[in-house]
Design a protein around this ligand. Sequence first.
Ligand SMILES: Cc1cc2nc3c(=O)[nH]c(=O)nc-3n(C[C@H](O)[C@H](O)[C@H](O)COP(=O)(O)OP(=O)(O)OC[C@H]3O[C@@H](n4cnc5c(N)ncnc54)[C@H](O)[C@@H]3O)c2cc1C
Length: 400
Amino acid sequence: MANRLRRRYDEDEATIAVVDKDDRHVYQPGLLFIPFGLADVGEIVKPRRRQLHSGIEFHEAEVDRVALVEDRVFLDDNTTLPYDVLVIATGVALQPEETEGLTGPGWREHVFTFYDVPGAEQLARALADFDGGRVVVNLIDMPIKCPVAPLEFAFLADSYFAERGIRDRVELSYVTPLDGAFTKPVASRHLAALLADKGIELVTEFAVGEVDGEHGRLVSWDEREVPFDLLVTVPLHGGTAYVGRSEGLGDALGFVPTDPSTLQSRVRPNVFALGDATNLPISKAGSVTHFEGDVLTENVVRFLAGRELSASYDGHANCFIETGFGKALLIDFNYETEPLPGRFPTAAGPLPLLRESRLNHLGKLMFQWLYWHALLPGRDIPGISSTMSEHGKERQPEPV
Ligand SMILES: Cc1cc2nc3c(=O)[nH]c(=O)nc-3n(C[C@H](O)[C@H](O)[C@H](O)COP(=O)(O)OP(=O)(O)OC[C@H]3O[C@@H](n4cnc5c(N)ncnc54)[C@H](O)[C@@H]3O)c2cc1C
């Protein structure tokens, strides 16, 4: 957003300031590969300052709170930043301590998450030492960022253990609070069939009440139990803490109420939000954040010029799903259209939707380059619009 906005204004027209609590920008999709030794931290973490074009101020400090009535942001280094427009992009906070027992005995020993850098690195060591037993992959509850990432982890674990020659000694289970493998019906059927093909047990409607790390048990509120030797879980997500300290800014979960089409917040006309920090009914995903950024740049410019906002964000989301053995699926959807089979980006396009292919896997790997060199500098993805295209989508879903 900052880089895009900088291009729209001369330096004497607008001051653009970015605040972040650290100088380590993480390419989060890469966290999936670290546990399997397929990426290392050096390639997925880079200094933030280097990503920002000249003429953008960078404050390395934590936001303490936003005072909406004063149009000011207070930082923990005692700086106060007044604003004409505030864009909120502070993502989510992982809340493992909110689940009983999760951070108790066994945490970071045989109970892990790969959703942060330390967790992904610790899990890499635990997987390398793992010689057989029950591996359970779990998400505690929605919403989580990249809702397909735990599924990808299960698929990659299947492939990883097979390559190590110990797959027959590992029982893999995918335990979810949802009533299927995924949130949307067509994709859910495809993904459940893939889990079955790969011999990964699917346990649905399992709302975790307690993690008993000492005895290796996941216990649900309705008193079912799933045993594990190694648990890979995705903790509860909420908004970051300053949202709760900023009167009137967030909802009960700490997310910012946001208009789904314009991305203007519902709390103040000069406050906008994008990415994981919003309360929008769409996946918390980098692709969503990128497409939203396209619409939001235009809307910040319109707002400052006193023009009507463009209500053009349609909820477009786009995700590669690693399925192991060098293959991946691709899904493309928006608020109205669930992920459907077909081809991408057009009916004659090279990438199959909702079907495994090697090209999709190569697309996922290539994406990292595109991220650092095109998306963060604020450029568009060639040939892919922020609005979802109907081309190539098979409206009549094929029977599975
Ligand atoms: C394992 C994993 C795999 C993923 N895979 C994919 C994928 O394949 N495809 C995809 O599209 N998406 C994927 N995602 C999701 C994607 O990374 C996020 O949706 C995306 O990063 C959201 O961008 P954001 O800017 O909203 O939040 P973030 O990128 O999380 O950025 C939030 C920023 O706010 C800062 N911040 C928070 N609070 C404060 C504060 N109080 N003061 C100052 N700074 C603060 C943080 O330091 C951080 O830099 C994945 C995520 C994970 C965890």
